[in-house]
Every structure is written in C-alpha cells, then in structure tokens.
Design a protein around this ligand. Structure first.
Ligand code: C2E
Ligand code: MG
Ligand code: MG
Ligand code: MG
Length: 289
C-alpha cells in the first residue's frame, strides 16, 4: 500500500491502526476493571485416565463474565492481558482461585484430583512466578502435589537457561510441570530432554483430524512414544470422538481432555461431575481383548 497509494492511502492505514490501538486500550481498561469487580470465573475441564476411564485431574480455564456481554472467551482477552501486563494480576488471581477451589473440594471430601493452571509466557518470564505460586499454595493450604502448571514451548524457547532455573525452583515446591500445546511451538528436543517436566500435552490441532489424517496420526503416535521414552506422561487435548480416543488408547496415550468427556464446566457442574466420578469410571473402557 505504501508504494501504490498516495498520502490518502497512508492516512487511511494510519487511522485504522489508531482505531485498533484504541480498541486494545479500551479492552485493557475494561479487563482491569472486571478483575477488580470480581467478574472473572474459572471453569474446569476433566482430565481422564484413558486406561481406567477415571478422572485424574482438571484444567482451570478462565472466563470473563461480563454483565452485558455475558461469557467472554480467553481467546479474546488473554492476548491483550499478555501484551499489556494485566496478565500479572490476572494470572495471580487464577492461581489463587484454583488453589482455593481445590482446597474447598478437598474439604468437601470429593475425589482427589490434580488441578492444572495455565501460566502465560509473560507470567513465567517476567513475574515472580515461584514466589506467587508458593504463596497461593500456602494461603489456600492446598498441597503442591495436587497442582500442575502448564507452560507453553514459547515461554521456554526464548531464554532456555533462565527458564530451566525457574522450572527447577517450581518443581522444588513439589508441583508438576506440563508443556501445553506441544508440537505447535518450536522447542528444541535437546532442551526438552533437560527440562524437569512431567507431562506433554499434545496440541488439539494434531488430534482434530484423526483418524482421517495419516500425518497427524503419525505425529501423535511419535509424541506419545517419545514422551514415554523420556519418562513423561502424555495427555491428548481436544478429543471429541470415540475414534480419536480409540486411536490414542491403541498408542498407549495416558490421559485425555475433550468434549467427548466434557466441556469445561462452571464450579457447581464440575462438583456434580466429581461426585459422580466417585462412583466409578466416567468414560466407558473397552473390555480387554
Ligand atoms: P489451552 O490451555 O490449550 O486450553 C485448551 C482449550 O481447548 C480450552 O479453550 C478448552 O475449552 C478447549 N477445548 C477443550 N476440549 C476441547 C475439544 O474437545 N474441542 C475443542 N474444539 N476445544 C476444546 P479455552 O478455555 O477457550 O482457552 C483457550 C486458551 O486460553 C487456553 O488454551 C489457554 O492458552 C488460554 N487460557 C485459558 N485460561 C487461561 C488462564 O487462566 N491463564 C492463561 N495464561 N491462559 C489461559
Ligand atoms: Mg492449557
Ligand atoms: Mg493446550
Ligand atoms: Mg491451545
């Protein structure tokens, strides 16, 4: 547009940018206010052991409950939170709320599960994630052994040496570490081997087209085999069909999350789900051949 257009074209482009920037600032301000007003909620999506059909954990996923707009998806506000720094206080709220909720469920005597909390790259690299996680656990009285932090490859790839130190200190708290959206970022396998992680979460993009995409099946099978050879637990994200689950079971994938079992649920619905799960498997398990 710069070569072809005259000054008018440039002005149009410029006005457009300004409008986008203004919209971002507005969203950032609204987000800060929503956090202060108590309009954020955590939803919980069950994580299932594929071999036993039992629930082993849940991922905490943030939603913004706007009085006018209703439920706003994190895809719309996490990027703004991340680039503006609001992710600092927002991420801290998520961590505290997840630990407090986990402890409430313990106090109710519900089945023991691991709670997985997403940690964004900014939060991981630029805030005192070790200190704030330790404080959230201590204040809630929630055991570190029941907490898992999900970190993306991009957070680790930028400064692998610094990332390594933070991961070690987090692990010393007694919690578990998962790599989220595995396969979408670029993390060197050499580094991956050295990182003190426990779980690989295969990105849902590789699961979606199973069993129609031979490539995605090959990639998923390779990630499962590689994860296991490194002593890691492997979880598949975004499992929506029985055919996908069958494939993952054949390949020995450990856990899954996805609409096939349940969408992310608000607290009361997840509580009902947990109560049912105390009775036995929440997913059918094929009888062994
Ligand atoms: P993620 O951590 O990879 O979370 C998985 C996303 O996949 C969730 O979307 C979940 O609702 C969705 N999902 C689960 N099962 C299925 C399925 O079977 N099919 C499909 N199509 N989707 C499924 P959600 O809740 O909209 O969150 C989107 C992303 O926003 C998350 O991706 C994560 O990167 C980010 N996010 C969510 N909550 C938080 C948070 O508390 N902190 C941070 N830093 N990021 C968060
Ligand atoms: Mg996640
Ligand atoms: Mg993910
Ligand atoms: Mg994702």
């Amino acid at each position: 547009a710069k070569e072809n257009g005259g000054p008018d074209a440039w002005c149009f482009f410029h006005a457009d940018m300004t409008q986008a920037a203004r919209a971002r600032l507005e969203l950032e301000a609204r987000l800060r206010q929503a956090l202060a007003d108590g309009h954020m909620r955590l939803y919980y999506q069950p994580q299932i052991d594929i071999a036993t059909g039992r629930v082993t954990g849940a991922e905490a996923l943030v939603r913004w409950l706007d009085p006018v707009e209703g439920l706003i998806s994190p895809a719309r506000f996490i990027p703004v939170a991340e680039s503006s720094g609001v992710i600092g206080p927002l991420g801290e709220w998520v961590m505290r709320e997840a630990c407090a909720q986990g402890q409430r469920w313990r106090n109710l005597g519900l089945p023991e599960i691991t709670l997985a909390v997403n940690v964004s790259p900014h939060q991981f690299l630029l805030t005192d994630i070790v200190g704030s996680t330790a404080a959230a656990l201590a204040d809630a009285g929630f055991p570190a052994a029941q907490l898992e932090l999900e970190i993306t490859e991009s957070a680790l790839a930028k400064q692998p040496e610094e990332a390594m130190l933070v991961l070690r200190r987090l692990r010393q708290l007694g919690l578990r570490l998962a790599i989220d959206d595995f396969g979408t970022g670029y993390s060197s396998l050499a580094h991956l081997k050295r990182f003190p992680i426990d779980v690989l979460k295969i990105d849902q993009g590789f699961i979606r087209d199973i069993p129609h995409s031979a490539d995605d099946m090959a990639i998923s099978a390779a990630v499962i085999a590689m994860g296991h050879s490194m002593g890691l637990t492997v979880l598949a994200e975004g499992v929506e069909t029985a055919a996908q689950l069958d494939f993952l079971r054949q390949r020995g994938c450990d856990h899954f999350q996805g609409y096939l079992c349940s969408r992310p649920l608000p607290v009361s619905a997840f509580e009902d789900f947990l109560r049912r799960s105390a009775q036995g498997p929440v997913m059918p398990v094929p009888s062994s051949q």
